[in-house]
Design a protein around this ligand. Structure first.
Ligand code: PLP
Length: 392
């Protein structure tokens, strides 16, 4: 028999993962054994998709919208997205520059694959969504971490971005509101970052999937800075805003030069987003927005509850994040490392959380908790964590 039988491509070793999914799997195993786990590990709204959106999908299914459709997205949805992005980002986005994919994730992967190769450097936030580093490494490009520091409210310092820009920088990935910290980049910093990036040939990928989940601040996009739309993949999606994580639908306004290559990636991989899902997307963008407003108000109340509760725990301190549905408490005052604490909270206190290092080296000493869970469950989780810490 050949020795190479069944061997994997070397590149597979470079592909990372999302720890949230492995912790979720372990928590589900525990639940199957009768344990009552509180889920603060996974980043998805616990609300149902608003009814009128589901109804639009059902109507589309009944109308036979069940076949292949254009890989770039159906015209009706691309137009609705162009209008939405133009209105909310203060830019003029043409529908031909809008692409629809199976979630925001494919845009991360395919934008990196379409623009980066060995020798290229990609600046990305640390701590940050783990798929960025995974895709950069898969492309064989060099990841260059841009630290998001706690004392800077988990936004990057423009000077630290400037120091990392080199002639080899091919792409800069930004994310605000941010996963895992909830940090929001101030508009003035985005303007200064745009100035620095405009002096280089780098593309920008602005991950704005939490744009609507922002508390008391006006949302700002780097794509709104003069000259930036032409080099920015402005990424958003339905998952977080409309509680549609399982529908798998995301979208982006992309620079003209990327429209055809990214569409070709879709043709090569997924072909298209199911048309009935895209009709649901049209209903989401053009229909009533009161469900979104109600979800955002509830998230804000939960944020206040969990921040206050965490700050009352011994050895824990937590900033008040301005966006998304995550908190990133510093646990360096507890007797355990964040990794051990996260593991033991799951196994011994039935509370599923993630260690900050699941999002990069800068996440050391922190936990990430998703507060996309009921106030009742958040209170119970805080009580369980408190008892666990008291027993150490
Ligand atoms: N970008 C960030 C920052 C995220 O946190 C997530 C999901 O957790 C995504 C992208 C992926 O979203 P989608 O469900 O649209 O693929």
């Amino acid at each position: 028999m050949l020795e190479t039988h069944g061997s994997l491509a070397a590149g597979v070793a470079r592909l990372g993962t999302e720890t949230a999914f492995s912790v979720l799997a372990r928590a589900k195993e525990m639940e199957a054994q009768g344990r009552d786990v509180i889920h603060l590990e996974i980043g998805e709204p616990d609300f149902d998709t608003p009814a009128h959106i589901t109804e639009a999908a059902v109507a589309a299914l009944r109308a036979g919208e069940t076949h292949y459709c254009p890989a770039a997205g159906i015209a009706e949805l691309r137009e609705a997205i162009a209008e939405e992005l133009s209105r909310t980002r203060g830019v003029s986005v043409a529908a031909q520059r809008v692409l629809v994919a199976n979630g925001a994730k494919p845009f991360l992967f395919f934008t990196i694959l379409a623009t980066c190769e060995p020798g290229d450097e990609v600046i990305y936030p640390d701590p940050g969504f783990p798929i960025y580093e995974s895709a950069i490494r898969w492309a064989g490009a060099t990841p260059v971490a841009l630290p998001l520091r706690e004392e800077h409210d988990f936004s990057f310092a423009v000077d630290e971005l400037r120091e990392r820009l080199t002639p080899r920088t091919k792409l800069v990935i930004l994310n605000s509101p941010q996963n895992p910290t909830g940090g929001v980049t101030p508009a003035a910093d985005l303007a200064a970052a745009a100035q620095a990036i405009l002096e280089t040939p780098a593309w920008v990928l602005s991950d704005e999937v939490y744009a609507r989940l922002i508390y008391g601040e006006a949302f700002a996009s780097i794509a709104g800075e003069p000259g930036m739309l032409e080099r920015t993949v402005l990424l958003d999606g339905f998952s977080k805003t409309y509680a549609m994580t399982g529908w798998r639908c995301g979208y982006a306004a992309v620079p003209e030069a990327l429209v055809e290559p990214l569409t070709r990636f879709f043709v090569n991989s997924t072909s298209c987003v199911p048309p009935f899902v895209q009709h649901a997307g049209v209903a989401a963008l053009t229909g009533p927005q009161d469900d979104v407003a109600a979800m955002v108000a509830e998230f804000e109340a939960r944020r206040d509850l969990i921040v206050e509760g965490l700050n009352a725990l011994p050895g824990v301190s937590c900033r008040t994040p301005k966006g998304a549905f995550y908190v990133f408490p510093n646990v360096s005052g507890t007797p355990l490392s964040a990794e051990v604490l996260a593991a033991r909270l799951l196994e011994e206190a039935d509370v599923a959380v993630l260690a900050g290092t699941a999002f990069g080296a800068e996440g050391a000493d922190h936990l990430r908790l998703s507060y996309a869970n009921s106030q009742e469950n958040l209170r119970s989780a805080l009580e369980r964590i408190d008892s666990f810490l008291a027993g150490l």
